[in-house]
Structures are given as C-alpha cells and as structure tokens.
Design a protein around this ligand. Structure first.
Ligand code: SF4
Length: 461
C-alpha cells in the first residue's frame, strides 16, 4: 500500500459516510475502547486520527456507536477474557442496529488462535486486524462497508509515517520512537505480536516533537518497548541518549519522559544525559522483575541483581533526588520463597517510590508457559501481600520526605475544585484550584502526604 492508496480509501469511506450523514441527519459516531499499555493508547490516537479524516465523530457510549472498535492487549490472559466478554455483550446492540460495524485490533488479534476464535465464534464481528495493519484501516473499512467481513492479520515489521493523530490531551503527548522488541523475555508475548525492534528516523521524531511543542504540549513521553535500544537499527548514527539531547534542545517549557527502559541497555551515558538535560524528568522507570539471579536467568532478562543494584546506585549519584519506579513479577514458574526474598531485598535496598506488581500470569506461546509452576496461586498471593506491605511503608516514607518542599507541578485534571497534577518526578499532587490551571505548570507547597499522593497549596502564579 502506498500513501496515495490510503488517501483514496480515506476519501471513499468519507463519501460513504457523507451519504449516510445526509440520510440520518448526523455524522457517524465511532467508539474506541483501549486496553493495555501506552503504546496501545498511542495507536488508538492514530486510529482516531484516521477515523476523523474518514468523517467519523466520537462517542463514549457504545450503544450510540456506528463503529465500535476495541484495541486489545495480549499481555495477560485475564484481560483477554474481558475483551471476549465485552465483545460478547455487543451482540444484543448489533441485533438492534445491524448497520453497526464491530472491529477488534491490537496485540490479541495478532495471535492466530485468537483471530480464528473471532472468525468462528463471533460472526457479528466485522473487522479484525493486527498491530501491523493499522495504516491500512481506510482500505479495510471500505471493504467492510462495501463487501463484508475483513480479517487482516499479517504484515511486515515496518514503520509507517504520516498517519494522522487525534490526541486525547492538548498538553500531554505520547511520542513513539520505536516499535517492537528483540528481547524475548520468557514470560512475554510482545515480541511475537509486535515484531522486531524498529526505530523511527530521528527526523520524523524531531518534526513531531517540534510540532507538539509548538501546539502547546507541556509533557512529551517517548514510547517504545525498550527505548534504550533506540537507533541500534539505524546504522549507529544515533542512540537514545543523543535523541534525548536533541529533543531537550527544542525551545520551550516542557518536560520529557520516556518508557520503558530495560536494565541491560541502561547506560552511564543515559544517566549523564538525564542529569544534564533540564527538560528530562528526574524519574526512571526501570523494571527489575525479580531479585533472584536464578529467576532472572529463567526469565532471560540478561542482567543480575548485582548489576541492577549498581545501575541504581549510579543513577542515584548522578541524578540526586531521582524518583525510581519498577515492575515486579511475583511467582514466576519455579520461584521459591527464597527467590522471592531476593526480590524483597532489592525493594528494600532501592526504596522505590512506586512499584507495579503482578502475580505471574501464564501466556500460551511463550517459553515460560511450558515451565513447571508448582507454587499455588494462594501461596503467591501471600507473597504478594508481603511485598505490598513492604513497598507501602517505603512509599509512605518517601512521600513524607517531600512535605515542606515547593514542587513545580503540571496540572492535569480537575474535579470538584481539586486539581490533580504531577511533579517532575511523576508524583501525584492534589490541591485546591479550578479549570483555568489545566495544562499549566504551577508551584505547590506540599503540606502533607500519604503513600500514593502529595497534598499542597497553590503558591502565587
Ligand atoms: S523487554 Fe521483555 S518484557 Fe519488555 S516487551 Fe520486550 S520481551 Fe516483553
């Protein structure tokens, strides 16, 4: 498909929609539901951009929708069951409105057995497409509208530029810098559904970043499954730290965040860059997953507990006051209580501000799914409770240390006279205020804290 074809199909669908609008006295409405990670949120913003060009408007009420699209996640089996449940619930709506188009996309559909299930057991689902097929949405939709069901699951590991985007926020933006993953952690389905690592060109990223800043973005989050390996496929012309420096040099008052980092690719150069670039947020999310070297090996993470702790020590020295967060898996196949205690030890030593904790969830198609897993879910739940108790105490202690400081806060949301914002370190702050503050940086004096938020008073602005 070339750009010209895509524009052709966009116009063709728009024409069909215009005819429909003339008949119904309103524009067709699209409902988009997104599961999973920020990459999916970003993909949905591009889907919305394409749909907008094709003449759709948007609704939060699936019952009013002419097109209901579910952008799915394959990381957890539980989430997949929820998707099947939600799609099942659409049958009644479609019975009452047979013209409604139901579409499912994202990582889940990239798995053959899932696509087969939609084909066989969900005859009212009109369109199923994988992560690689997103740029072809206009063509696929045109075929659904004129011919019938479409299943588009293949596709190559390419980077398509120029897809329009309709962003959820005016001042917070997701900016993908690379797609896919080469790491094959043994519990993870991502490399199988999102393909191999491929970086966007520096020019494309810089153009988008400059435009975002010019359009008023106050926070730009660079996205990739493993951002630290950005540029490895661009012939050694640039690496992630250099990209950060380039974006940092764009004129304007904005923050740069990035996720996710893999410890094996986190370098001294990255930490120096974080220390030296004033726009790069002083927050590092560095998933360690397990503190046991035996389990790290089974996970194919390619670092040790000692290596991880030495990275943490280095970044703490180079970026004083940095906020650290991480992901942890409890109860990986074969993990013993002794292994779990190594995880607790890392948590105690690092003193993270926040942890994202998961009990191991089996993913068919990954090597870990075939490993012996003798520990019961009940036992793993007890370990998890122990971990959470340790982390909650650390979080509360870390937050309390910020009381009395004045923090620069980006105001993100307001509800019933309370503004919710985030500090440079990505900590949530609540204070009295109104809508006029949204999207602004303000100074807030922190007066108290709990384990998940800071509370404060707005200072003169
Ligand atoms: S780094 Fe590992 S956990 Fe992260 S996406 Fe790649 S394979 Fe999955």
């Amino acid at each position: 498909m070339n750009e010209h074809d895509s524009i052709d199909y966009t116009l063709k669908v728009k024409e069909l929609n215009d005819n429909r609008s003339a008949k119904n006295g309103r524009k067709p409405l699209a409902f988009i539901h997104t599961y999973g990670c920020q990459q999916n949120v970003s993909d949905s913003e591009h889907i919305a951009g394409l749909l907008s060009q094709m003449g759709f408007e948007f609704t939060d009420d699936v019952k009013k929708a002419d097109l209901a699209l579910y952008n799915t996640c394959a990381v957890r089996e539980h989430a997949e069951q929820r998707v099947f449940g939600n799609i099942g619930a659409l049958k009644g709506i479609k019975d009452r409105n047979p013209d409604m188009i139901i579409a499912v996309c994202g990582c889940m559909t990239q798995q053959k057995q899932v696509a087969e299930k939609f084909k066989r057991s969900y005859p009212y689902v009109d369109l199923v497409f994988g992560t690689h097929a997103l740029p072809k949405l206009p063509e696929m939709l045109y075929n659904v509208m004129t011919k019938g069901r479409v299943f588009e699951l293949g596709g190559e590991d390419v980077v398509t530029e120029g897809i329009p985007v309709r962003r959820d926020s005016k001042f917070k933006a997701w900016l993908p810098v690379m797609y896919g993953c080469n790491n094959f952690c043994t519990y993870c389905i991502v490399p199988y559904v999102r393909g191999r690592e491929r970086s966007r060109t520096t020019e494309a990223i810089m153009d988008e970043a400059k435009k975002l800043v010019a359009d008023g973005a106050r926070e730009i989050t660079l996205l990739g499954q493993n951002v630290n390996s950005y540029g490895k496929d661009l012939g050694g012309t640039i690496n992630f730290s250099q990209l950060l420096r380039k974006i940092n040099a764009i004129e304007g008052d904005f923050l740069i965040r990035f996720m996710t980092s893999h410890p094996k690719d986190a370098t001294s150069e990255l930490f120096d860059t974080m220390a030296e670039c004033e726009k790069v947020a002083k927050h590092l999310h560095l998933p360690f997953q397990s503190g046991s070297n035996r389990i790290l090996k089974l996970m194919n993470r390619r670092y040790t507990k000692e290596k991880y702790l030495s990275l943490i020590q280095e970044v703490k020295e180079k970026v004083p006051g940095i906020s650290l967060t991480s992901d942890v898996i409890v109860g990986f196949p074969g993990e013993t209580y002794e292994d779990f205690c190594e995880t607790l030890d890392v948590v105690r030593q690092v003193e993270f501000d926040n942890l994202f904790t998961f009990i191991y969830s089996k993913r068919e198609g990954t090597p870990a799914a075939k490993m012996e897993d003798p520990v019961t879910h009940e036992e793993k739940t007890k370990w998890m409770a122990e971990l959470l108790a340790v982390q909650e105490e650390i979080s509360a202690r870390n937050m309390a240390k910020r009381v009395g400081r004045t923090e620069r806060v980006l105001c993100e949301n307001v509800k019933d006279g309370t503004v919710f914002g985030r500090t440079n370190e990505n900590l949530v702050v609540r204070f009295d205020g109104d809508e006029s503050l949204l999207g602004k940086f303000v100074n807030v004096k922190i007066t108290r804290s709990d384990r998940s938020a800071l509370f404060g008073e707005l200072q003169n602005i």
